[in-house]
Design a binder for this molecule. Sequence first.
Ligand code: HEM
Length: 112
Amino acid sequence: MKEIGERYHVLYYAAKAGNWKLAQHELNVVISIFRVGGALRPKFNQDFTTFTQSHLNPISEKIRAKDWKGFEDAYSKGIEEANKFHEKHGYGFIRYVLPKNPPEHFDLAAHE
Ligand code: HEM
């Protein structure tokens, strides 16, 4: 989950900077962590799958379309829903927030 939080941060600022390839890469890794995580933690498997289908796949579509406005909307819905899942599983004290600043350990500019 910690890694998901970090990658979810990076993918936002990558999309904002127009580096759609980096955004897609980070999202793909998030999706695959949820897939593997569901196998390791069967209790969360169904919710991980639901979340991928209802929130992560739509973000992926907006990335492919290079649609910033649509991306922002889908992205923030993902945060709201993630926090609902935290509550559902007794982790209401874990509320993800998008960091105010871009990550500093990536050059976010698009290098094709
Ligand atoms: C992009 C979506 C999500 C983000 C950014 C996110 C972020 C986080 C973060 C930052 C933590 C704290 C990790 C730590 O430092 O210990 C956490 C914990 C947790 N999250 Fe999420 N989360 C997301 C989606 C979900 C979903 C869909 C579920 C569904 C079950 C979920 C269930 C949990 C649970 C049970 C914990 C506490 C136990 C643990 O750390 O594994 N999260 N999440």
